[in-house]
Design a protein around this ligand. Structure first.
Ligand code: 2P0
Length: 353
């Protein structure tokens, strides 16, 4: 009948986040519960973000999703966990004008379609799961009229991908590891909003556009099973760094922020090397960028730029302000000169191709 020919949709946009105190290692693989707290900064939504549209209609016969124009399967456990958690919290919805009425019970039977785009090349190996899963959970929650606050939604996004829970807030965000076995207290909280420290400028140096060889999920599983260093890190090092980092962010103390951020990135990669078999996420170009920034920071007397590397060779460079960012770009272009015919918008520092 005509009254059943409706479609209801919601579109949302979510930026990715970059950890300055890293998450690496789970204590529960299914619920995605980490072995330590982490802190991240959420990027400006105009860059590195995911746009997701979700729709529901009685005409849909199954849940389906398209990522960057290609259909992907929603049958994986992580997607299913998120969908189940959201459906169980859905509320009644009514739009009299359009003749749409969905009761709480109907949500269990109705199917959704999801269309998601990253505004950056997924192949560049830049964190895409964080923005993607956060956006999926947020847009579905809006569509299904889920009446939960951001922290509850973060616990659902966490079950899609750990780092995704931190993308539900802007500014600086802490993912609290929590104590509960069911994960109910493993949530993200905002430490400071996006206006608190808005003179920071983040530059991402794409070192290689190739896909990483070891996924974060399997890499951190191997680290938890084999690295002696990861235990020391999670128990002794990170808890102190979290307290220090919160204070440093509150005070906007850039030199201390840079020292902590660089040290934590380096320890995360040391844990990777301490894993059996060792995991190499950084390459020679990454190492050259570190040396370049370290030398410059020493020369300046107090750090002007912080570097941090995730599960790949690309450098995330956080500059104190626009002036430091301009000087940093000059240095990068000097040390890693592009070929004369390079399009600077897609210029990759280290690819030999
Ligand atoms: C982070 N990373 O804190 C750390 C630093 C990579 C290095 O979170 O298995 O894709 O989906 O929970 O979230 C990447 O791990 O892994 C990550 P899952 P995820 O940002």
């Amino acid at each position: 009948e005509s009254s059943e020919k409706w479609i209801l949709n919601v579109t949302a946009q979510t930026p990715t986040n970059i950890a300055v105190i890293k998450y690496w290692g789970k204590r529960d693989e299914d619920l995605i519960l980490p072995i330590n707290d982490s802190i991240s900064v959420t990027l400006d939504p105009n860059h590195l973000c995911t746009t997701t549209s979700v729709a529901v209609s009685p005409a849909f016969t199954q849940d389906r999703m398209w990522l960057n124009g290609k259909e992907v399967s929603l049958s994986g456990g992580r997607y299913q966990n998120c969908l189940r958690e959201l459906r169980s919290r859905a509320s009644d919805f009514e739009d009299e004008k359009k003749g749409i009425k969905i009761t709480k019970k109907n949500w269990e039977k109705l199917h959704v379609h999801v269309v998601s785009y990253n505004n950056f090349p997924t192949a560049a190996g830049l964190a895409s799961s964080a923005a993607g899963l956060a956006c999926l959970v947020f847009s579905l929650a809006k569509l299904m009229n889920v009446k939960e606050d951001h922290s509850k939604l973060s616990a659902i996004a966490r079950q899609g991908s750990g780092s995704a829970c931190r993308s539900l807030y802007g500014g600086f965000v802490k993912w609290i590891m929590g104590k509960e076995e069911n994960g109910s207290d493993s949530i993200a909280v905002q430490l400071a909003d996006e206006k608190h420290w808005d003179d920071l400028v983040i530059i991402i140096a794409v070192v290689s556009s190739r896909q990483k060889e070891t996924s974060s999920t399997s890499g951190m599983r191997d680290s938890v099973e084999t690295s002696p260093l990861i235990k020391h890190r999670a128990k002794e090092v990170v808890p102190k760094r979290i307290i220090e980092m919160e204070e440093v962010i509150r005070k906007r103390d850039f030199p201390a922020f840079a020292r902590l951020t660089c040290a934590d990135s380096n320890q995360f990669h040391a844990v990777c090397l301490d894993t059996l078999p060792p995991i190499f996420y950084m390459n020679d170009t990454s190492h050259r960028i570190i040396s370049c920034v370290e030398k410059w920071n020493r020369h300046e007397g107090s750090p002007q730029v912080a570097y941090t590397f995730d599960a790949g060779p690309n450098a995330v460079l956080i500059s104190h302000n626009r002036k430091a960012a301009t000087l940093l770009l000059q240095r990068l272009l000097f040390y890693f000169p592009p070929k004369s015919d390079t399009d600077l918008n897609s210029y990759v520092i280290g690819d030999k191709t």
